[in-house]
Design a protein around this ligand. Structure first.
Ligand code: AP5
Ligand code: MG
Ligand code: ZN
Length: 214
């Protein structure tokens, strides 16, 4: 099973992707996680990406395209993969189509999460993330068992640099401008399944299960 999680910031891609990865035993590939890791390690990729991420702008296509192309060659993607936050522009989607076709594979589904801007801001202001295993929590909507500590690996949780309200609003603007055209792109290829991202985590998860079982 190869699928894509699409949607605005804070819509639940990481939360659902994490659950799906363990359910299907396939990797969740989050370009945001890979870029944040590179920023933390101050690699050349990280140094290039940081200024874009800090202001809530998309990192240039050529940077992320190369990164995903390499990641999809890894052996753990043979059984399938979940793309979280990629593609995010039409050129990224076109390049992915090419990469997938070259590998003799196909995309099975694109799951799109709809969520209004006010709810996005509310969710991201309370999000806490695990820099170690990438698990995601929310101080009230999805709290960890012990405040500030990851349920899965006991690492300390952190607040993402780009979750400040102004930056979140910029990220949402970037989404509307550059990513939302992908809805039509995947509608045209018959792969798009949209769901209401404002249900509970359990409800959204059930809806995804329904979509993938058809
Ligand atoms: P990225 O890390 O991908 O961020 P994003 O797309 O903005 O999405 P988020 O991770 O903020 O949200 P999410 O949908 O994963 O929601 P989550 O599950 O955490 O990208 C960051 C940056 O990297 C970009 O701005 C860009 O600079 C760069 N980048 C990355 N990919 C790129 C690309 N392809 N091209 C160019 N640049 C790229 O949930 C959010 C919160 O809500 C959590 O607290 C969670 O607990 C809670 N929650 C989740 N679901 C529910 C629910 N159903 N009900 C209640 N609460 C919920
Ligand atoms: Mg995420
Ligand atoms: Zn963790």
């Amino acid at each position: 099973m190869n699928f894509i999680l699409l949607g605005p910031p804070g819509a639940g891609k990481g939360t659902q992707g994490q659950a799906l990865a363990s359910r299907y035993g396939i990797p969740k590939i989050s370009t945001g996680d890979i870029l944040r890791e590179s920023v933390a390690l101050k690699t050349p990729l990280g140094l290039k990406a940081k200024s874009f991420m800090d202001r809530g702008a998309l990192v240039p296509d050529e940077v992320v395209i190369g990164l995903v192309r390499e990641r999809l060659k890894q052996p753990d993607c043979q059984k399938g993969f979940i793309l979280d936050g990629f593609p995010r522009t039409i050129p990224q989607a076109e390049s992915l189509d090419q990469t997938i076709a070259d590998a003799g594979k196909s995309i099975d589904a694109v799951i799109n999460f709809d969520l209004a801007e006010a709810e996005i801001v509310r969710r991201l202001s309370g999000r806490r993330s695990c820099p170690n295993c990438k698990a995601v929590f929310h101080i009230t909507l999805n709290p960890p068992r012990q405040s500030g500590i990851c349920d899965q690996c006991q690492n300390g949780l952190v607040q993402r640099e780009d979750d400040k309200e102004d930056t979140v609003r910029n990220r949402y603007k970037e989404y509307l401008e550059k990513t939302s055209p992908l809805l039509q792109y995947y509608e045209n290829s018959g792969l798009l399944h949209s769901l209401a991202g404002n249900g509970t985590i359990a409800l959204v998860s059930k809806e995804i299960e329904r979509i993938l079982s058809v």
